[in-house]
Design a protein around this ligand. Structure first.
Ligand SMILES: Cc1cc2nc3c(=O)[nH]c(=O)nc-3n(C[C@H](O)[C@H](O)[C@H](O)COP(=O)(O)O)c2cc1C
Length: 383
């Protein structure tokens, strides 16, 4: 068997107290990540890129792995099912971007969607430890000093969790430098809350194995349903994770990073929220361009962002704290007109908000949200 590179031979990932914005297909674009960095995110990652089109030089795929200079700890997430695709992709990433261009490469082992799963990639890798080991060892070598990380689920089926079997092996056998466990199975998608008790068990077995091997522990992050500063610190203290990765919480309220960094729940005003939206528009135009194409792309991705942000319920209107990610009140009236507008679930209103910063759309512009985030539990998410 190939001897894996050990994490000590890599750049060390110092993720203690890191505020990690999850990989988010479509909505985790560069302008959104830049906004999250403004709010305090310290670890960011590209949208999921597929190994095969990277290797064949697809411009679209390479655009996904671009970093903004404000992203100080930036990784690329890669999906693929086989060493003969993943290893060359890693080699190219290292060659084209290098250790100063990317801080880590993450393997997507959580994606539940059929298209990816049927290619043996995403969460399918969880049931293929031999193939997975070959991918990890090969990629690790190809990446040189760039650390390799993994993001995975509890398992494929609800009643057959197997993350606890893989976790003790990631560092000791395969030389992985950090890991994130999303506490749901593939089968579960977003139904029911993430299982943080299981995350705790997994952290314990992984730490034990590393101790037995006499190795230095690597960062372990948990993921699932974090929506408040209180939720973040409770999860951390209860389970022993080094940090919590934030996905829908950050999409619904990008200022969640500030709340966590400052250990407070922020009753943000509608005007402050609008300033975040203005910034997104500004960052969008600077990234996609201010010609017609760039404005249309900015408008589209701003509407995608609003398809999540409208779900935010102002803390000042809540009956009890902390706010929970699955709360869905009947439609409410905000404390002023702007707050009511920002809570609107209607695409027409999102377009109206976008128009404030981008001017009126041309007649050909249409929009329907990619992720059906309106009904809890029905997200067509990729992780
Ligand atoms: C719109 C959307 C897109 C996502 N895209 C990815 C992705 O490309 N790669 C990935 O590993 N996870 C992806 N995920 C999963 C999240 O990273 C995260 O694991 C999951 O949403 C659970 O965290 P949460 O409860 O904080 O939302 C996506 C989730 C959402 C909602």
């Amino acid at each position: 068997m190939d001897v894996p590179m050990r994490p000590e031979e890599k750049k060390r990932l110092n993720w203690e107290n890191g505020l990690y914005l999850a990989p988010l297909t479509t909505v985790g674009n560069l302008p959104f990540r830049r906004l999250c960095v403004d709010y305090g995110a310290t670890i960011t990652i590209s949208e999921m890129a597929l190994a095969q089109p990277l290797v064949t030089g697809s411009a679209e795929e390479w655009a996904l792995v671009r970093r903004h200079e404000s992203e100080k700890m930036f990784g690329v997430q890669l999906a693929g099912g086989f060493p003969n695709r993943m290893v060359p992709a890693a080699e190219l990433l290292a060659k084209e971007l290098g250790p100063s261009g990317i801080d880590f490469v993450d393997i997507n082992m959580g994606c539940p969607i059929d298209l990816i799963f049927k290619q043996g990639a995403g969460s399918a890798l969880m049931d293929q430890p031999t193939r997975l080991g070959k991918i990890l060892v090969g990629m690790n070598r190809a990446l040189g000093e760039i650390p390799l990380t993994v993001k995975f689920r509890t398992g494929i089926l609800n009643n057959k969790p197997n993350a606890h079997k893989l976790m003790p092996r990631y560092e000791t056998e395969w030389g992985v430098s950090a890991m994130t466990l999303h506490g749901r199975s593939r089968q579960q998608r977003y139904s029911r809350l993430a299982n943080w008790d299981y995350i705790k068990e997994c952290v314990e077995v992984a730490r034990e194995a590393v101790k037995d091997a006499g190795m230095a522990p690597i960062p372990i992050f948990g993921n699932g349903d974090c929506f408040s500063a209180q939720g973040y610190y409770e999860a951390k203290e209860r389970t022993g994770v080094d940090g919590v990765m934030l996905a829908r919480g950050a999409l619904i309220k990008p200022w969640l990073f500030t709340e966590i960094a400052e250990r407070r729940e922020w009753d943000i005003s509608a005007t402050e929220r609008l300033e975040g939206i203005r910034k997104f528009a500004e960052y969008g135009l600077s990234h996609w361009g201010s010609d017609t194409l760039g404005v249309n792309l900015t408008r589209r991705f701003l509407c995608e962002a609003l398809s999540f942000q409208h779900r935010y319920i102002p803390i000042g209107l809540l009956e009890r704290m902390p706010p929970m990610i699955n709360e869905r009140p009947p439609s409410y009236k905000g404390r002023n007109e702007l707050e009511t507008l920002l809570a609107s679930p209607y695409v027409g209103d999102w377009l109206k908000i976008a128009e404030m910063f981008l001017g009126p759309p041309d007649e050909s512009f249409t929009f329907s949200p990619k992720h059906k985030s309106n009904a809890y539990g029905s997200e067509e998410a990729q992780g």
